[in-house]
Write a protein that binds this ligand. Structure first.
Ligand SMILES: [Mg+2]
Length: 394
């Protein structure tokens, strides 16, 4: 029998809206819409306070629709720097509780709290201490779930939102979740839900009745994961790999940019390509992928596209290599003296990044990228970047 782990998940309640209400008390207790753009009538709701959610306003909705529901709603423009700052402070606070803290998103964290009940009397006391500490420090609330693995703790945290706390012991899971619709389980999206529904699997208790063979037969690798979800007592945290439909390995990684004006000078095109290659390289390294095919597309002012790609022998996620490849492909494009309004760089032919180097130089470059990625991750994108893209960064 493997040792049972205790994982705590904390999910801030209406995070962006709560931060805005915390820094501007005038907004407290009021329906608040946080929108992506200055123009409050032509934006999208990024977050809604619980007062607004209760009226039926939710993220993803157009602000026009939100204001139709509640014409007097307060409005704030999303300020990601502010939210990232608070998120970082919350992460620091959580590190005081456990050495193992994993940030899952800007407002969600996992803590391994196995054995810490002794220091805090109980897991309930530990959870309350975290909640109170966050409330006192930032004037926002979070909902906590404590269970045997990350997935179950996340499900538990969602059961009593906002400002809730649910502890799900291994023996309670089946009872707690018996009526939970399958799509409420993180990782089960629309298409998986439909496939499960086709086999008359609608709730968590339906999931628990299915044999491992059936799951594997019908769903393959995802089936193994679903069986683990339905049988948490058979698996520990270490066995369950987080499966998420949207996390499935990307087939390509690309960035494109529409320029504020037409350009045609070669040095300008190169500077923009350098920037896009830098962005593509950062994302490849984040996904732990490398690519062999580099694709460039250029859009002319009359909306016609020209594009070309080349399959290279070696894999890479080195932004400098990607840029050299982009220049090679650009030469084949015969783009001289044409006006360009938008450019795109896409890396295709992806494979997992192995991280083995034959040459010492490659190893040094890898260390350089690691350092650059770490700094940019910590202090914001573009804190460190190649000087050659300065000309196109305003
Ligand atoms: Mg949240």
């Amino acid at each position: 029998m493997k040792k049972e782990r205790k994982i705590l998940h904390i999910d801030m309640d209406a995070f962006f809206a709560s931060v805005e209400q915390a820094v501007n008390p005038r907004l407290k207790g009021k329906p608040l819409i946080v929108g992506g753009r200055e123009d409050k009538r032509r934006s999208v709701v990024c977050a809604a306070s619980y007062e607004a959610k209760r009226l039926g306003i939710d993220s993803g909705m157009s602000t026009q629709e939100a204001f139709r529901i509640c014409p007097n709603a307060e409005f704030a423009v999303a300020d990601s720097a502010k939210y990232l700052y608070v998120s970082k402070q919350i992460g620091n606070l959580l590190h005081n509780y456990s050495p193992q803290v994993e940030q899952a998103s800007v407002d969600e964290f996992y803590l391994d709290i196995t054995g810490l009940d002794k220091r805090y009397c109980s897991y309930l006391d530990l959870g309350m201490d975290i909640k109170n500490n966050i409330k006192n420090s930032f004037d926002i609330t979070g909902s906590i779930g404590i269970s045997v693995n990350r997935l179950m703790s996340k499900v538990a945290a969602k059961l009593k939102k906002p400002d809730g706390m649910v502890i799900m012991e291994i023996g309670d899971i089946a009872c707690f979740l018996k009526d939970l619709p399958v799509e409420k389980i993180p990782g089960i999206g629309k298409s998986l839900k439909e496939r499960l529904n086709n086999y008359s699997i609608f709730s968590y208790s339906d999931m628990c009745r299915i044999s491992e063979d059936f799951y594997v037969d019908k769903f393959g690798k995802v089936g193994v994961w679903m069986f683990a979800v339905a049988n948490p007592s058979l698996f520990t945290e270490d066995d369950i790999h987080w499966f998420n439909e949207s996390d499935a390995a990307p087939k390509s990684v690309g960035h494109s940019y529409t320029l504020p004006r037409n350009i045609y000078a070669r040095h300008e095109v190169e500077a923009w390509l350098r920037l896009l290659c830098e962005m593509v390289g950062t994302r490849l390294r984040r996904y732990k992928l490398e690519s062999r095919i580099l694709h460039i597309s250029l859009r002319q002012p009359d909306l016609t596209f020209i594009s070309k790609e080349k399959n290279f022998k070696e894999f890479t996620n080195d932004s400098g290599d990607l840029f050299r490849r982009a220049l090679f492909v650009l030469d084949k494009l015969k783009s001289r003296n044409i006006q360009i309004r938008a450019l795109g760089v896409t890396a295709r032919g992806l494979g997992p990044y192995t991280g083995t180097f034959l040459l010492n130089d490659q190893k040094k470059r890898k260390q350089l990228f690691n350092a650059q990625d770490d700094i940019n991750h910590r202090y914001g994108d573009w804190t460190l970047h190649p000087a050659s893209i300065l000309s196109v960064r305003e």
